[in-house]
Design a protein around this ligand. Structure first.
Ligand code: PMP
Length: 360
């Protein structure tokens, strides 16, 4: 068996010790005599798994007591519907528009109310984070929506907008657990699991308790009501049990290897290695404004489409896979999530240097 360095944007690389642990428990979890996949979600064993996963995530992120943690389904995209359906009162939302994921969320929110775009980086194909210093929060806004890390373009918000006391909603799908954050700077955080947390199919929502009310829009399907999931401990229906189990193993693994601070330190080291190389390369260049560079998704190009294609093909032959940029932007993208080892980025940079010397 040969594992590759997988730079996929998601589903993405997971920590090897987590996969090994899951493999060792595949046929028989503890004394249960069965796989977690075969287990009732109402069983004592599974109750333990989900309770521990929540406790460990709380510990990792220092989630305050007045926030609920929900393990949901439907991906981050379902949150684009769930958030307006649950938080709309005046039916107005302010958006910071930084790419394809805010675009999709805007389109969905517009189905239920009014969207104001307070700042956008669309003029330069989302290669930077727009200045938010002077944005005017709408008086009647129910909340402000940001995408903290823009997976496709490789940008990252480092300075939060001042929402003037309005609810701040953050899509952290591609940066959750990658750097320390103060949960109470936010009112609702959501993330699809399939980048830094676990397999696709589980969605994490961290929501301030007082936002969970029965004041959702009348048309809101039961499955899209935060209240029902919160009241039932994410067990209103059958939750994505195996996914939650893997998420729990990832949380334990991060706790055992130094927590989020250690992840952040390692992520900075990996990103610096790659960006430093890009800044000195004669054939590759990063595509994002330096101040807004993502630590998770590193986007870059050469000056020729042919060279890009050749690079991606040859990289794959060298076990460096999934480096093709998103279909909407082209070029290359190396996603270097928590579970990507430093050696993987080192192997990539070494290969890029060799490719550069051969193609200059
Ligand atoms: N938001 C961001 C920032 C993403 O990167 C993605 C997926 N790549 C999504 C939302 C959509 O997630 P999902 O496919 O889980 O619906």
């Amino acid at each position: 068996m040969k594992r590759v360095y997988n730079f996929s944007a998601g589903p993405a690389v997971l920590p090897v010790p987590v996969l090994e642990k899951a493999a060792s428990e595949m046929l028989c979890y503890g004394n249960s005599g069965m796989s977690v996949m075969e287990m009732s979600h109402r069983s004592k064993e599974f109750k333990n798994i989900i309770d521990n996963a929540e406790a460990d995530l709380r510990k990792l992120m220092s989630i305050p007591k007045n926030y609920k943690v929900l393990f949901l389904q439907g991906g981050a995209t379902t949150q684009f519907s769930m958030i307006p359906l649950n938080l709309f009162k005046n039916k107005v939302v302010d958006f910071i528009h930084t790419g394809a994921w805010s675009k999709k969320a805007i389109a969905e929110a517009k189905r239920y109310g009014k969207v104001n775009v307070l700042a956008s980086s669309e003029d330069k194909n989302f290669t930077y984070i727009p200045n938010m210093d002077n944005i005017e929060i709408s008086k009647d806004a129910d909340y402000v929506h940001i995408v903290q890390n823009n997976t496709i373009y490789g940008t990252r918000i480092t300075k939060l907008p001042d929402t003037k006391g309005k609810i701040l909603v953050s899509d952290m799908s591609s940066n959750i657990l990658s750097e320390p954050i103060n949960v109470s700077d936010f009112d609702l955080i959501f993330a699809g699991a399939q980048k830094n947390i676990g397999p696709a199919g589980t969605t994490i929502v961290i929501i301030r308790e007082d936002l969970i009310t029965d004041q959702y829009q009348e048309c809101t399907p039961i499955m899209l009501q935060y209240k029902i999931h919160a009241d039932k401990g994410s067990m209103y229906n059958t939750p994505p049990t195996y996914g939650i189990y893997i998420c729990g193993l990832v949380f334990k693994h991060i706790l055992a290897t130094g927590g989020i601070e250690a992840m952040y330190k390692a992520n900075l080291k990996k990103a610096n290695l790659l960006y430093d190389y890009l800044d000195n390369s004669k054939i590759f260049r990063g595509t994002v404004a330096k101040k807004d560079r993502s630590l998770m998704n590193v986007t870059f190009v050469s000056d020729s489409e042919d060279l890009n294609a050749k690079f991606i093909t040859q990289a794959k032959e060298n076990n460096l896979v999934n480096l093709k940029g998103h279909r909407s932007v082209g070029g290359m993208r190396a996603s270097i999530y928590n579970a990507m080892p430093y050696e993987g980025v080192e192997a990539l940079v070494n290969f890029m240097k060799k490719f550069e010397s051969e193609n200059l």
